[in-house]
Design a binder for this molecule. Structure first.
Ligand code: DQA
Length: 138
């Protein structure tokens, strides 16, 4: 069983970017620990700062994977193209945010992706990704 993990813009900077909000761990290191934790599953991981590349990958991932953990980052709050892609694919998506977007600026309270997601996890740090995977495989 293959699980997709799709990360949006600036998440390549995890570990250095606003560590008081996003923590000190980089995603590559966390991904390694995820693979150790779920050795029975295969992972397809993709990160991009480019909206079109994320649309393309979401479409391909949905064909290849049983479920997708998606952190659209800032595109959460702006992207109709990713919202349409998320609605258009036939694959469960769990939306994850590392920070609690509801404790932050008002513009982060709106998600274009949530209506297409099976569930949303926000504010639990990187642990949100493993909780989302657990939910998908359950
Ligand atoms: C984020 C929250 C977004 O508002 C922000 O733009 C991000 C990361 C999170 O994981 O907490 O880049 O999706």
């Amino acid at each position: 069983m293959k699980i997709g993990i799709l990360n949006g813009p600036n998440l390549n900077l995890l570990g250095q970017r606003e560590p008081e909000i996003y923590g000190a761990e980089g995603f590559e290191a966390y991904l390694k620990s995820l693979k150790d934790r779920f050795p029975q599953y295969e992972f397809r991981y993709f990160q991009s700062n480019d909206e079109g590349a994320l649309v393309e990958e979401l479409q391909q991932m949905a064909k290849d994977c049983k479920g997708i953990v998606f952190n659209p980052a800032a595109f959460t709050h702006t992207s109709l193209a990713l919202a349409d892609a998320a609605k258009g694919v036939d694959c469960p998506i769990i939306e994850v945010h590392i920070s609690n977007v509801y404790q932050r600026e008002g513009f982060r309270h709106k998600s274009y992706i949530s209506p297409a997601a099976k569930g949303v996890i926000t504010g639990l740090g990187l642990k949100g990704y493993e909780l989302a995977i657990q939910a998908l495989v359950d």
